[in-house]
Design a protein around this ligand. Structure first.
Ligand code: ZN
Ligand code: ZN
Length: 258
């Protein structure tokens, strides 16, 4: 059993072949996936997928890079998150790589998501890029520890991982950890305890080796799990079981649906 903790199968690269995506998941032993929202405009697509497939969950949130559609409110996010197929708030966070200038709006949007997560008692999916210190500061000042969640597609230092884990966050590794030039990240993956480790594809992007450069999909999370087991020198089955159990413990999703 494997779980892809973060994918975007509603994106055009994959949305036209959802039956195929789900069939290939099944063939690869990937029992569940979390389809993550990046905007309120596309949230209905994400929710429709989660309603159609019992083993695909949804989140609700507005990505820190997203423009248009207006800023979400705490009420709005909490209301949409009340749907039983929505198991998390996000993805949210800070991205100082893609966005520049005065980013007060991005920090405010991030705070709004944390407040919504606390209001509805659902965990957070955090995106952070070249903004680790501000991300940790805001998580702390908004009391994100109460709901916890995941630092998705983690590429930061061990120190950042440790401070996030202390606030009740798991660390999720993507296909990046399979890339030859990712030695520093592999070292982080080796050190993060298995009980705080999640795996993801972030598909359709970031396909792991040996599919690098191609369209990624949830079935390929198996390659991430294989790499984690190599790095940690653990049995593949133990990594698969632990990361799946971690997923259900963080997101409190029902494990029965397959
Ligand atoms: Zn992201
Ligand atoms: Zn994402």
């Amino acid at each position: 059993m494997l779980v892809d903790s973060h994918c975007h199968i509603n994106f055009p690269e994959l949305a036209g072949d959802l039956e195929g995506v789900v069939a290939r998941m099944r063939a690869a032993g990937v029992t569940h996936a979390l389809c993550v929202s990046v905007s309120l405009e596309t949230f209905p697509e994400v929710l429709a997928i989660a309603e159609r497939f019992p083993n695909i969950y949804a989140s609700v949130g507005v990505h820190p890079d997203h423009h248009g559609g207006g800023e979400p409110t705490v009420d709005q996010l909490a209301e949409l998150a009340a749907h039983p197929r929505v198991i998390a708030i996000g993805e949210t966070g800070l991205d100082y790589y893609r966005e520049t200038g005065d980013l007060a709006w991005q920090r405010q949007r991030f705070r709004t998501h944390i407040q919504a997560a606390r209001r509805c008692g659902k965990p957070l999916i955090i995106h952070t890029r070249q903004a680790a210190e501000d991300t940790l500061d805001i998580l702390k000042s908004e009391g994100a520890r109460e709901v916890g969640g995941v630092m998705h597609c983690f590429t930061e230092s061990l120190s950042v991982a440790e401070r996030a884990m202390a606030m009740n966050f798991c660390i999720s590794f993507s296909g990046i950890v399979t890339f030859k030039n990712s030695r520093a990240l592999q070292e982080v993956a080796r050190t993060v305890p298995l009980e705080h480790t999640l795996i993801e594809t972030d598909s359709p992007y970031l396909a792991p080796t040996p599919h690098r450069g191609k369209t990624n999909e949830p079935a390929y999370v198996r390659h991430v799990a294989e790499q984690i087991s190599r790095i940690k020198q653990l049995d593949f089955a133990d990594v698969a079981e632990a990361t799946s159990a971690n997923f259900f413990s963080v997101f409190r999703g029902k494990r029965d649906a397959t």
